[in-house]
Design a protein around this ligand. Structure first.
Ligand code: PLP
Length: 459
């Protein structure tokens, strides 16, 4: 559309201005400039995006794991439009609220797993996780145990980019800015393919969970406030724990009276074929963070679900909670989120993620014979393809990341978005995906794998 309006000069002008003025997230600006600048995405519909040159690309990442209902939904635009005309903004600070804010809180309390009946709104997954850390520490102080401050997380975790959320994340997020902050600790992830293949998966799952117990004993149980984990680690490389992992983690949390924080920012709202991935593992979270699929990325909003135990203490003993954002419970964001949830339910997109997910997982298995592929895994509309140097021995490339990036670039050049985490290719498409979209994805993925293998053979 841009190319149509202003022609090539307009596109180049925009690209040059981008290089001059815009600092992209998670981007090496010098390298971007050396590569000739950015690709400008101008429009999108269904599971497809188009760039300024008019190239059509199948978005098998749903943006950043977020566009669950797909692009171009008129209903969401209408919901925002109507709410902006009715009441574009009001805050919840002055003993005030707005109708969509309350309706969304009520809806989330009904939708999320049992016991999560209170909601605090924020604007991003990072803010939701920051909020949780403040709540957890406040909770333990109110319970007369202020020395319980440590939050235990995992290597390869991603919980966001603010100082606290990056501290919760794995060490790949700690090299800049003097992180982690004090009182954040980490254990190894339940990454069977990467770290546990000398054990049977069930035994590995139990042993990965028992690292939490060892860490609690090392730190002293009286210092530990909470454990945080994504049910399935997304940005860390789509790490699906063995079934033995979460029951053991929950046993340990109960035994040492540690709060359980579940980060469903990626896995929430149907991604895995259930409303929440917690349902696969019967997770009983004390607190849960939600974002991304809550509005399908159409507008920034996140939520902290607070379980009855923590909410009771905060409400009955806490007094004023000195925490909140100008846009907490923003009426337009809440109206869009409500409409988004209505669409997910009306079109049974959770069911579609389960059914089309079975087809996706079956077709992914066909890639297992490719010389570069060590393992494929997935659940619902989440998938991962591990690229390895030695297929028989499952040996990773060294250094990790170069081959994955190369494969990702081949995908992009051939009309497909797959993300690379180290050398793991990630799939997380919109939940409107059909078997025909899966077929298109598989054809383009195989082509990208072949082109990557060809490049490696020429080295
Ligand atoms: N938690 C998880 C599991 C995530 O994947 C992300 C972002 O990818 C976040 C938290 C941070 O969310 P945001 O980027 O909205 O701050």
């Amino acid at each position: 559309m841009l190319a149509r309006d202003g022609g090539r000069a307009a596109v180049e002008g925009l690209r040059a201005a981008d290089l001059r003025h815009y600092l992209h997230p998670f981007t090496d600006s010098r390298a971007l400039a050396a590569e000739g600048g950015t690709r400008i995405i101008t429009r999108a519909h269904g599971p497809y995006i188009w760039d300024a040159e008019g190239r059509k690309t199948l978005d098998a990442m749903a943006g950043l794991w977020c566009v669950n209902v797909g692009y171009g939904r008129q209903e969401l635009a209408a919901a925002a439009h109507e709410q902006m005309l009715e009441l574009p903004y009001y805050n919840s600070f002055f003993k005030t609220t707005t109708p969509p804010t309350v309706r969304l809180a009520e809806r989330l309390a009904a939708l999320t797993p049992e016991g999560l009946n209170h909601v605090f709104f924020a604007d991003s997954g990072s803010e939701a996780n920051d909020t949780i850390v403040r709540m957890v520490r406040h909770y333990w102080a109110l319970e007369g145990q202020p020395e319980r401050r440590v939050i235990i997380s995992r290597e390869y975790a991603y919980h966001g980019s603010t100082m606290v959320a990056a501290s919760l994340s794995g060490s790949h997020m700690h090299s800049q800015g003097g992180l982690p902050l004090p009182d954040f600790d980490h254990i190894a992830p339940p990454y069977w393919y990467g770290r546990g293949r000398d054990m049977d998966p069930a035994a590995f799952g139990r042993s990965a969970a028992q690292a939490l117990e060892a860490k609690i004993l090392e730190l002293g149980a009286g210092r530990v406030a909470a454990f945080i984990g994504e049910p399935i680690q997304g940005s860390g490389g789509m790490i699906i724990p063995p079934d033995t992992y979460w029951p053991e983690i929950q046993r340990i949390c109960r035994e040492y009276d540690i709060l359980l924080i579940v980060d469903e920012v990626i896995t929430g709202f149907g991604r895995t074929g259930r409303w929440f991935a917690s349902e696969h593992y019967d997770l009983k979270a004390d607190l849960m963070s939600l974002a991304k699929g809550l509005s399908s990325g159409y507008i920034p909003i996140s939520a902290v679900m607070v379980g009855d135990r923590v909410a009771h203490t905060l409400i009955e003993k806490g007094g004023e909670f000195f925490h909140g954002f100008t846009y907490s419970g923003h009426p337009v964001a809440c109206a869009v989120a409500l409409e988004n949830l209505r669409i997910i339910e009306a079109e049974d997109l959770v069911g579609n993620a389960a059914h089309t997910g079975i087809y996706l997982q079956g077709r992914l298995q066909e890639l297992a014979d490719h010389p570069l592929v060590g393992e494929v895994r997935g659940i619902g509309l989440l998938g991962a393809i591990e690229l390895v140097q030695d297929k028989e021995r499952g040996e990773f490339f060294s250094p990790q990341g170069e081959v994955g990036t190369r494969c990702r670039d081949h995908c992009f050049q051939n009309g497909l978005v797959m993300r690379a985490v180290r050398d793991t290719m990630i799939i997380s498409p919109p939940l409107i995906f059909t078997p025909a979209h899966v077929d298109e994805l598989m054809e383009k993925a195989r082509l990208a794998l072949d082109l990557t293998a060809r490049d490696l053979a020429r080295r």
